[in-house]
Design a protein around this ligand. Structure first.
Ligand SMILES: *Cc1c(COP(=O)(O)O)cnc(C)c1O
Length: 401
């Protein structure tokens, strides 16, 4: 028996058979029947499958879902139902999860700094062939741990200058242009297929960001003077929030296609995208309960250490709606509120403002939408608030983005 045990920080979310599974309820039904005292994650598999179907139909290449965004098996199955067949994984855990669910899925290991054990396990046990890198050291590591396999896909991740995205991802990964040129030349003889990737940053509202990144990729490829089989335009595809109207997906794809055509690569060069947020944000909302009201502050049973971390320092304003199954009906007049989470940390605060009926009170429930991306997966067990439950519902999401 091993001396080491794996311990997860979180108790898995409880999937009690809340109502007879044949009768998929609406969120309002669930609240009326369950009166949930703990945060309740409401998963809409049909809406996730629709979002996936739309993206797969519009994108002129392979769609790799970025698993970190929401690795819940029901979410992954809904994406598969919507036509997603490729997964962008960043850890041995994500790779094994996807392989266990989908024996035929394409798995691409897209983290530029991998552990040696994770590379070997992905290659030899889980059949992964595509690996990303942004340094000569990582290239050497991949070659050593795959025993210099002759069927590798090697993708060089480019650094991008800081762009317009809400979450800048330029600070950590990616090779500068000169280094990328050297890496492409070094990787070429070792690769069955060679690629270039980048990530414009998460929730990127400017379609031109992809066009500019594509042009940079073109300059690097031309300088390297080597053949390329894959261009991977990363993630960052935006979704709607109450104060944010994203450009239509078609406008972003048009820039990607124009940028791709301008590279004038040989017929058959593959185009990949790695969307996360855009596929799953709308598919999960979280029902929370108000535990106290002080002026315009509502104290909730979930917060930035739970599923609302983006409402904290990043100040996302999620769509909210008050649900009060009993009389009196809530006021028609809306007022701005801020939220506090349940932990003892004063950083567990969400400025909003969130517009709710002006008479919002202790005991009311609030449905918070657009939490399918980077919501459940960022929860912690801090202060013992790790008892969220999950249910599947089939009503429409709060925002149709
Ligand atoms: C997080 C991440 C994604 C997904 O980004 P979204 O903004 O959620 O679309 C894609 N690729 C890589 C390499 C990532 O780290």
């Amino acid at each position: 028996m091993s001396l080491l045990r794996t311990r997860t920080a979180l108790a898995p979310m409880r999937r009690d058979a809340i109502l007879a599974p044949r009768v998929l309820p609406s969120v309002d039904d669930l609240i009326a029947v369950e009166r949930p005292a703990e945060p309740l994650h409401c998963l809409r598999p049909a809406s996730i499958a629709d979002a996936a179907r739309g993206f797969v139909a519009s994108f002129p290449g392979d769609v790799l879902y970025a698993v970190k965004c929401n690795p819940d098996p029901s979410v992954l199955r809904a994406l598969w139902a919507g036509g997603v067949r490729h997964f962008d994984c960043a850890s041995a855990g994500e790779v094994s999860l996807v392989r266990a669910l989908f024996p035929d899925a394409g798995i691409h290991f897209m983290h530029p700094v991998k552990s040696r054990a994770a590379i070997a396990q992905a290659f030899f046990r889980d059949g992964v062939r595509d690996f990303v890198l942004d340094s000569a050291e990582e290239l050497a590591k991949i070659l050593a741990e795959t025993q210099h396999a002759d069927d590798l896909g090697l993708v060089v991740r480019l650094a991008l200058p800081k762009g317009p995205a809400v979450y800048d991802l330029s600070g950590k990964f990616g090779a500068l242009p000169d280094d990328a040129v050297a890496l492409l030349r070094a990787a070429r003889p070792m690769a069955r297929r060679l690629g270039v990737s980048f990530h414009v940053g998460s929730q990127c509202l400017d379609p031109l960001a992809w066009r500019h990144a594509m042009a940079l990729a073109g300059r690097v490829i031309a300088a390297a003077g080597v053949a390329i089989e894959v261009i991977d335009v990363g993630g960052g595809f935006p979704v709607a929030y109450p104060d944010v109207e994203p450009p239509p997906l078609g406008a972003i794809i048009a820039e990607i296609e124009a940028g791709f055509d301008a590279l004038d690569l040989p017929e058959g060069t593959a185009l990949w995208a790695e969307p996360g947020r855009a596929l799953v944000a709308g598919g999960v909302s979280v029902v929370v309960q108000v535990q106290a009201r002080r002026g315009d502050a509502l104290f909730l049973n979930d917060g930035v250490y739970g599923s609302l971390s983006d409402a904290g320092a990043p100040r996302f304003r999620f769509p909210v709606r008050l649900v009060r199954p009993d009389a009196p009906a809530p006021s028609w007049h809306l007022a701005p509120f801020r939220f506090f989470g349940p932990t003892c940390d004063s950083a567990d605060a969400m400025a909003g403002p969130f517009f709710l009926p002006e008479d919002a009170a202790e005991g009311d429930w609030i449905e918070i939408g657009q939490l399918g991306a980077y919501g459940a997966c960022l929860r912690t067990a801090f202060n013992g608030f790790d008892r969220a439950r999950i249910a599947e519902v089939r009503d429409r999401p709060m925002l149709d983005a």
